[in-house]
Every structure is written in C-alpha cells, then in structure tokens.
Design a protein around this ligand. Structure first.
Ligand code: MG
Length: 380
C-alpha cells in the first residue's frame, strides 16, 4: 500500500502578523492555529504519519503533541529538509509526502484529497488559484510604472505533494532560498501538476487575516439556540394588569410575588432556557422579600445580561398572551416598544400576539392569564 506522510512547517517567526507570539501558536476561534491545521490532516486516513517542524524556541508549544516534532533550520528550505530527513529515519519511509504551511489552518479535506488524487498520476501536485486582479509594477515613489500581464500567473498554496524520494533529492541538491517546495522541485526539473486551490486556504499573515480566519471558523460552528418559556398568573383584586411592561386598566389585577407580568416572565424564562441556565424562580427566589412587587423588567434585564456575558445576541422574541379579556391587540405596539427598550432587540424582531382559549379551561373561564414565549440566541 502507498504510504503517505505530511510535513507541517511551523518553524516561522511570523513577525508580520504582530502580537509577539508566532502566528502558528496564536489562538483563533478558541484553539491554536496549528491545532486547526493538524486536525485537517489527522482526519485523512491515507496520511499515516505527520511531522511537525518547529523552532527551537517553541519547545513549550509542542510538548503535548503526539506527532513527531523536529527542529527547523535557518530557512524554510532547511526546515523542510529536516522534516524530510526525519521521514528517512522512520521505519518505512513514505512513498509520497505533502508539505504544508502551519499558518494555513483553513485547508479543507477536499483540497487535500485533490492534491493526493493528482499524485496518483503525477510526480508532484500543488494547489493554486489563477490571478484575477490586474497586476501593476510600482516604482519606489508608489506610482504605477507599468501594467503586468497576468495570463498564466497563479497564487501558490499548500499542501504541495511530491514523490518522497524525488523531493528529498531535490532539496538535497537545492542551492539558494526558495519561497516554497514547488520552486525546489522546479529547480530539479520535477513536473508539478497545478490543482485548483481554495480562497479560504489563505496563509495567515496580517492581523486582518486572523480576524478573517476567526470569522470563518466561528461561522462553521455557529451557536444558534432556541428557548421557550411558559407562565400563568391568576386574577385577583385590583384595577389594572401589567403585560409585557404595559399597564392596562382592568376590573381585576394579576396576583403574584412580583408585578405578575406573565408575558415578560415567559420571555425571561425563554432566555434562561436557551442559555441552559435555570429559570426566574432560581435567579429571583419568591422566598426573597426583596422581589415582592418588583418590576419584572429587572428579571428580563438580568436574563439579557447573562446572554450578553456569554456573547449571545437575542435575534427574535415571539410572545403569545392567552386570555379572553382584556383585549391585547390595541396594546401590542406599546408592548413591543417596551420590550425593545428593555432587551435592546430591534422592534421588528419582536412579536406580541394574543389568543383566547375558546372559553375553555382556566383562561377561558377568566381565572387568569397564560403566556408562552420563544426566543432565539445567536453567538456573536
Ligand atoms: Mg410568573
């Protein structure tokens, strides 16, 4: 069986990325750049061995990795050569090798497989994208000197794949400094098949690249949550009810420890529900006298605060009030405005609607009001 290895070149210092720590060890979307890169290669069963080439200053970063780690050299070529030599020393050297930049963490399985497939028919294969922008040559003063023909020009990417013996020989014979391994192969007259690259497989170089990679990786694991809430309060003596923060004159009042705002309680519980963090009763125990008669917006603001702390944004609120009377419709616009003010959710993402229960059950008999609410949280 054909044996395939991968060398991940992680020895660079990456000064252009800023931030002190070399970019391959910096965190994006909760993990180190190299960890994302490694995962892409670990997930390919055809790849039997992975070599990580790192800088001698970075021992602390690699000690917990299960892959073979070898020290890099003065230049990228020297680092790759050290990786190739480590494979020569292994029990059975591979038939083919993929060489990849650690700072391309968004390399996809499809792209790796495209390169491997071409290696079945070619001595070497590497991904690239055709240049589509116009090209200029500028002078030292920052002015355009001349236009450049872009036809036949490509932007090179990795992983670059080779027959192991031939790229090893090419590296041993190479003199000078090469930008990548295709340049080394080219110098040894190895024919390299161009494979279609991937725009997302960019090399993290600048601080803006970190932001872009973070956005793509977060997007791939977007955290969207739905929560529901249900509440009931019974009618008692009084001359008004408070629903979704709006006071409505009425022949009776709603009973409860707080202001008995059944709508706002359902919404608040929906948020706690989406966060997986209890309910109003746990955060504001009825046994605690300080919440007696409390305005329910305290509870709703608390739930919104918890969502914000965890980087969640409420993207919609849908609340249904269930009662025969009072009539809710005329007050619904005010209720939406009030909820928008408290939650900071745009009013066109808030719904307050009402239904009767066809005179059935406790709401039908006018014994109380029920409310259900659904909300959506999206991690920002
Ligand atoms: Mg309640």
């Amino acid at each position: 069986m054909t044996k395939t290895a991968a060398i991940i070149v992680a020895a660079g210092r990456g000064e252009r990325a800023g931030g002190g720590t070399p970019k391959q060890w910096r965190i994006i979307a909760g993990r180190r750049v190299l960890d994302w890169t490694l995962d892409a290669f670990r997930a390919i069963p055809e790849i039997g061995e992975i070599i990580i080439v790192h800088h001698s200053d970075d021992l602390a970063h690699v000690f917990n990795l299960t892959e073979t780690c070898v020290l890099g050299g003065e230049t990228r070529d020297a680092s790759v050569r050290n990786g190739l030599e480590a494979l020569v020393r292994s029990d059975t050297p591979p038939d083919r090798v993929l060489i990849h930049d650690a700072a391309r963490p968004l390399v996809s399985r499809d792209l790796i497989m495209r390169v491997l497939k071409e290696l079945d028919y070619n001595d070497a294969a590497a991904p690239a994208l055709p240049v589509v922008d116009a090209l200029w040559r500028g002078n030292a003063a920052g002015h355009v000197d001349s236009a450049q023909d872009r036809s036949g020009l490509y932007r090179a990417q990795t992983p670059q794949g080779f027959r192991f013996a031939s790229i090893l020989a090419a590296h041993e014979a190479f003199v000078g400094i090469a930008a990548d391994d295709v340049e080394v192969a080219n110098a040894a007259d190895i024919d390299v098949q161009i494979v279609l690259g991937d725009e997302n497989n960019f090399k993290i170089t600048t601080p803006a690249d970190f932001a872009r990679a973070e956005q793509i990786l977060r997007g791939a694991e977007m955290d969207v949550r739905t929560g529901n809430g249900f509440d009931v309060h019974r009618f008692g003596d009084g001359d008004h009810v408070i629903l979704c923060g709006v006071t409505i004159p009425y022949a009776r009042g709603l009973q409860g420890h707080s202001d008995a705002d059944v709508g706002m309680h359902a919404i608040t519980d929906a948020i706690y529900g989406a966060l997986g963090d209890g309910d109003i009763g746990q955060h504001f125990p009825p046994s605690d006298p300080q919440w007696k008669g409390a305005a329910s917006e305290i509870f709703l603001k608390h739930a919104c605060g918890l969502a914000e702390q965890r980087s969640f944004k409420i993207t919609n609120i849908d609340c249904t009030l269930i009662c025969e009377t009072p009539k809710i419709g005329p007050h619904a616009p005010d209720m939406k405005s009030k909820l928008a003010e408290i939650t900071q959710v745009n009013v066109d993402r808030i719904s307050v609607k009402a239904t009767t229960s066809e005179r059935l059950g406790f709401t039908g008999r006018g014994e109380g009001i029920a409310s259900i609410a659904t909300i959506t949280l999206v991690q920002a």
